[in-house]
Design a protein around this ligand. Structure first.
Ligand code: F6R
Length: 607
């Protein structure tokens, strides 16, 4: 939920840390702070609000230290304020933390009884006090860390400075992401790779239960029992430009435009060019044969991708499929089945509810598969099998390219299951793949046609409420379109299955309630036309998203968005583009913070 970053080497640490925080600001932005090892001791500067406030404060002070840590916060315990901003200090220890310490209150009560004074309302401050209380006795940092982590429950990525060790940074990872960037006589760490790419491509993905001592010369790795372990760097094939805005005014717009490329990267290695067969080296073949049903679990946009995937898996592969919201799944009675494959979808791979649902499922000795975008993330390492979407870093808080690449993976999985289960033959498989390969060009076309979407946004952005309707595959798409609109433009938008409108929402329809109807080609096209008529009969305003060849819907409304027509299953990958763009342009016209909408964070590592 928060972003942490740090450096140790021969350069001045503070500019490197600020640059890293800038790239991590998408993870939280209600306060920020930095601590560096200075001659006179560790100096901490913190500021409430966005990173620019911290930068402003830094301009009035001098930080010369070559070792330091930084933090950008998304508040969980304690309101956004300077005193609650990280880093937190106790004795000679200074810490930054991403995650949540579930048992912090009992630890805090114990420490208060022993005479500790707490400055903040955060859960993090207990870590600093625990470290200091153990260190005071042993004067051994590693030992203090080992004792501290044994007391913590929850999820944590922690970076620790000790005033007595001027060049060392200690790192701990448990269920919150943390990566090390290995340089020459200098080393870095961060919550996510984009913060490091400007410095190095040599990345170590820490695992749950890792403790690292980072110095300019190198690093040592231990487990929570203090035993030495080996962690080796990998060369990461990501460029800095993939993590920068590249001329676009917002990351979100850049990421919307990256969808054709992201889609190609996701499917490329999974289709044999000569035979057009699907390959998933990540999953043993017997899974495709053995599995008799699917259970998908996810949150937010990833959940919507799962709802779309259900149509593929049921209709193409003939596999009964359930889709559930992770925060619901983890607290209800579940009937685990050894012939069911449990699929967990998560862009970040660190969503707390999805991770908890995955752990719960694994405890029941069934097969689990993760579909993730972030390499080395908790969900991807926890699952039995992982398929990466290869969408590249998604920085804008609103998920866009992750969604379309998740759909691509779910489609390919359905083809593979369908083929193994003989629900489709080789000719059908090949025809589906032909359609799939047409998608990137068609996406480009949708992106080029954005002037129409801009005009519609201009016409509609001042409305306070929207209804999104769709049937079949277009219903989850309506859910996703409405989510995009509300999260970045703060316009209230509700999505309904078009057939449900008559059961209640129709009462809302009047001239102040624009209705965006997704009615691309499907076997429910005519029924949706009837719904459009029902809206118009009540003075509702209709924006219709349709397939290019549809000559019927334009008879009912002038506000039309057209997308190419390729295949009934795959057209959702095209319709999503104008939905994302419409939300984007409404938000820009309203002047909201598109990439960092209020109250949100990119990865939700709290319940
Ligand atoms: C919406 C959005 C969120 C995420 C949700 C799950 O644009 O980004 O709804 O989809 O928080 O996140 P992941 O996919 O990282 O598990």
């Amino acid at each position: 939920m928060c972003g942490i970053v740090g450096y140790t080497g021969s350069k001045k640490a503070s500019p490197i840390i600020i640059e890293g925080l800038r790239r991590l600001e998408y993870r939280g932005y209600d306060s920020a702070g930095i601590a560096t090892q200075e001659k006179e001791g560790i100096k901490i500067i913190r500021s409430v609000g966005k990173l620019n406030n911290l930068i402003e404060k830094l301009s009035q002070t001098t930080l010369l230290g070559n070792t330091g840590i930084g933090h950008t916060r998304w508040a969980t315990h304690g309101k956004p304020s300077e005193v609650n901003a990280h880093p937190h200090k106790a004795g000679k220890f200074v810490v930054v933390h991403n995650g949540i310490i579930e048992n912090y209150l009992s630890i805090k009560n114990k420490l208060v009884k022993r005479g500790c004074n707490f400055e903040s309302e955060t859960d993090t401050e207990v870590i600093a006090h625990l470290l200091w209380s153990y260190y005071e006795k042993s004067q051994n940092t590693k030992e203090a860390i080992l004792k501290t982590v044994k007391e913590l429950r929850g999820s944590f990525a922690i970076a620790i400075l000790n005033e007595d060790e001027k060049e060392s940074i200690y790192l701990v990872r448990y269920e919150s992401p943390l990566v090390i960037g290995v340089g020459e006589n200098e080393n870095y760490f961060a919550s996510d790779i984009p913060a490091l790419l400007v410095h190095t491509n040599n990345i170590i993905f820490l695992k749950d239960g890792d403790i690292i001592k980072l110095t300019p010369e190198g690093y040592e790795a231990f487990d929570f029992n203090g035993k030495k372990i080996i962690r080796l760097p990998e060369k990461i094939n990501l460029s800095l430009s993939q993590a920068e805005k590249g001329g676009y005014p917002h990351f979100m717009l850049k990421e919307i435009h990256e969808q054709p490329e992201a889609f190609i990267n996701t499917v490329r290695t999974r289709i044999k060019p000569d035979t057009k067969e699907v390959v998933f080296d990540e999953i043993p073949r017997d899974i495709f044969k053995k599995v008799e049903s699917i259970h998908i679990i996810a949150c937010g946009t990833s959940y919507h991708a799962g709802l779309i995937g259900r149509f593929f898996l049921e209709e193409i592969a003939g596999l009964p499929t359930l889709v559930e919201i992770a925060s619901e799944f983890r607290y209800k009675k579940n009937f685990f089945n050894s012939k069911t494959l449990y699929i967990f979808i998560s862009q970040s791979g660190s969503t707390a509810d999805t991770l908890a649902a995955l752990k719960l499922t694994k405890n029941n000795k069934v097969s689990t598969l993760a579909i993730c975008n972030v390499l080395g993330s908790s969900i991807s390492t926890e699952a039995d099998y992982t398929i990466y979407t290869h969408a590249g870093p998604e920085i804008g808080v609103a998920s866009t390219k992750a969604f379309s690449t998740q759909i691509a993976v779910l489609f390919l999985l359905s083809l593979q299951f369908g083929f193994y289960k003989k629900a489709i033959n080789i000719n059908q498989l090949s025809a589906f793949i032909d359609s799939l390969l047409k998608i990137p060009k068609a996406m480009e076309k949708c992106l080029k046609d954005s002037s129409k979407i801009k005009q519609l946004a201009q016409k509609y952005y001042h409305y306070n409420n929207f209804l999104y309707l769709g049937r079949g595959l277009n219903y989850p798409l309506a859910l996703e379109g409405a989510l995009k609109l509300k999260e970045i433009s703060y316009i209230h938008a509700e999505a309904y299955s078009a057939g449900e409108m008559k059961h209640g929402p129709i009462a809302l329809i009047d001239e102040n309630m624009p209705v965006l109807v997704i009615n691309t080609k499907s076997n429910q096209h005519e029924k949706t036309i009837s719904n459009i008529q029902e809206v118009l009969a009540r003075n509702g305003k209709v924006i219709a998203l349709i397939s290019e060849k549809d000559k019927v819907t334009p008879k009912y409304t002038k506000d039309i968005i057209e997308v190419p027509q390729i295949n009934n299953y795959l057209d959702c990958l095209l319709s999503i583009i104008p939905l994302q763009l419409f939300a984007y342009y409404c938000a820009v016209l309203k002047g909201t913070d598109v990439d960092q909408p209020r109250n949100l964070a990119k990865s939700v590592t709290v319940e």
